[in-house]
Write a protein that binds this ligand. Structure first.
Ligand SMILES: [Zn+2]
Ligand SMILES: [Zn+2]
Length: 141
C-alpha cells in the first residue's frame, strides 16, 4: 500500500483522497458495524486524519456511544446512504475509511480483526457454497 487512495460513495456526490500509508486495515465484527454496513462486518482502513480530504460533496454524521464507552461518529452520503468514514473521540488523529468505498479496494491488506466473539457464522464464506462468476440464478423462479 503506498501513494494515494481515492474513493467515494455510490452516487458519486462524495469523493475523497488520502495521501500516505494506512496505519492498519481492520475487520470489525461488532453489531454496530454490522448494522451500519448492512453486511457481516466492516473493513476499516485507518489513516491519518490530516491526510484525508473530501474533494467534493458533503457527508452527514451519526454519533453513538459504543459498548467500549467511546463516542463513535459514522459519516455517510446523505443522498445515497453509502457509509464512508468512522471517527472515534478517543483517537482524534485517525479516520477509518470504509474499504468498500475505495476506487481500488484491492490495494488494501487487512492487518487484523476485532470483536470476533460477536461475528456471525455467515461472516466466513464456505468454499463449498455454489458459486457463480457473475449474476446468480433467478430467485423468483
Ligand atoms: Zn452518494
Ligand atoms: Zn465495529
Amino acid at each position: 500500500m503506498s501513494g494515494k487512495l481515492t474513493g467515494g460513495c455510490l452516487c458519486e456526490q462524495v469523493r475523497y483522497e488520502c495521501q500516505g500509508e494506512p496505519k492498519a486495515a481492520t475487520y470489525c465484527h461488532c453489531p454496530d458495524c454490522r448494522r451500519t454496513t448492512g453486511s457481516a462486518f466492516n473493513l476499516g482502513v485507518a489513516v491519518d486524519a490530516k491526510a484525508l480530504e473530501i474533494i467534493s460533496g458533503t457527508v452527514k454524521a451519526y454519533t453513538k456511544t459504543a459498548d467500549s464507552g467511546n463516542k463513535i461518529t459514522r459519516e455517510f452520503c446523505p443522498k445515497c446512504g453509502s457509509p464512508l468514514f468512522t471517527k472515534v473521540d478517543a483517537f482524534p488523529h485517525t479516520v477509518w475509511i470504509k474499504a468498500g468505498s475505495l476506487d481500488e479496494p484491492e490495494l488494501i491488506k487487512p492487518t487484523h480483526q476485532i470483536w470476533t466473539e460477536k461475528a456471525v457464522k455467515w461472516a466466513y464464506i464456505d468454499d463449498d457454497l455454489p458459486s457463480f462468476p457473475q449474476a446468480g440464478p433467478n430467485v423468483e423462479k
